[in-house]
Design a protein around this ligand. Structure first.
Ligand code: BTN
Length: 331
């Protein structure tokens, strides 16, 4: 794909660009230039050849709905998240690619994207269904400054950012199910998988985000139909995935910066109203024990404040929680 030619067509913002001028500035013949145009067309760009003033010209009509790295880089507004984008057509898991790149020294903020994943992973051994074209499968490498946040704090930061970005795009209220499943009307639209890795140098974390953007009901496998949703189903219109990604990364960068400044109070304040756990009666499963009580507070560092029947309250760190579920009482 000839990115220089593409840039000329993009810069013309829908206006025709003379073929002769294009070829001359590149030192190419018209035939050679048209071969490059065909390359762009094969990649999905719709380019028409017209004769506006007698001389042949090209006009870019449409860019493909694909997460090409150059398209994503062009449209991101962030300072460091996604400054380097690696985009693949298919892979097992973008988190695995990100881990390998991180070990090879990739910069903080590097973004890995895939059109589809053959072995997308979720938390606690779950599978993340990752068909091509409709979702965003993204992994970010971050190397936080000292003192580095725990994976749990980074998860909550990302959860709040994903929820805020998704609400901006759909105009509908979202909730976060512990620890950070994004729900609309009780159905899951996104999941996060934050993993820390030992690179021997600085603390490195991988933020994996799976976001359903343009799926319709039939796109989900039967076993998750009815419990999964997408931004399109929620908001009632298809969305430009790169635009969604740009909003998501810009929102995440804002929250990441707050977290890095140590403003965890702002994070907690944003997280509490999103959480579906606040004031709920729950059963909490830890490594060896199980407790029942009411969630009196949530805090990104301290975890869950559980009030048991006697009225006694104690903090349970997020990383100790294996499982939490609301108690369903018979009416
Ligand atoms: C969950 O809901 O349990 C978390 C799902 C996380 C899925 C994303 S998709 C991009 C990245 N690559 C993976 O293999 N998993 C995460």
């Amino acid at each position: 794909m000839d990115l220089e030619l593409l840039r000329r067509l993009v810069d013309a913002a829908g206006q025709p660009v003379e073929i002769e001028a294009l070829a001359a500035t590149r030192g190419l013949t018209i035939d050679q230039l048209m071969e490059l145009v065909d390359g762009l067309r094969r990649a999905g760009y719709v380019i028409e050849r017209i004769h506006p003033h007698g001389s042949a010209a090209l006009r870019l009509l449409r860019t493909p709905d694909l997460l090409y790295a150059h398209e994503v880089e062009r449209r991101l507004t962030t300072r460091f998240l996604g400054q380097k984008v690696i985009s693949v057509e298919t892979c097992a898991s973008t988190n695995d690619i990100a881990k390998d790149l991180a070990r090879e020294g990739a910069a903080s903020g590097t973004l890995v994207l895939a059109e589809r994943q053959s072995a997308g992973r979720g938390r606690v051994g779950r599978v993340w269904h990752s068909p091509p074209g409709a979702g965003i499968y993204a992994s970010l490498i971050v190397r936080p400054d000292d003192p580095a946040p725990s994976a749990a704090v980074l998860q909550f930061t990302t959860g709040v950012a994903v929820a805020h970005a998704a609400m901006k795009k759909t105009g509908k209220p979202a909730r976060l199910r512990w620890p950070n499943d994004l729900l609309f009307g009780g159905r899951k639209a996104a999941g996060l998988l934050v993993e820390s890795i030992d690179t021997g140098v600085s603390p490195t974390l991988i933020i994996g985000i799976g976001l359903n953007v343009n799926q319709i009901e039939e796109d989900f496998p039967e076993e998750i139909r009815g419990i999964a949703t997408s931004l399109r189903l929620v908001g009632g219109r298809p969305l430009d995935r790169i635009e969604v990604l740009a909003t998501l990364l810009a929102t995440l960068e804002e929250w990441y910066d707050r977290m890095a400044r140590g403003d965890l109070a702002a994070l907690a304040a944003a997280w509490r109203p999103l959480s579906s756990l606040m004031d709920q009666e729950v059963v909490l499963e830890l490594a060896a024990t199980r407790s029942r009580g009411t969630v009196a507070d949530l805090d990104p560092v301290r975890g869950i404040l559980l009030r048991v029947e006697s009225g006694e309250e104690s903090w349970v760190p997020a990383e100790h929680v294996r499982f939490i579920r609301p108690v369903v009482t018979a009416k």
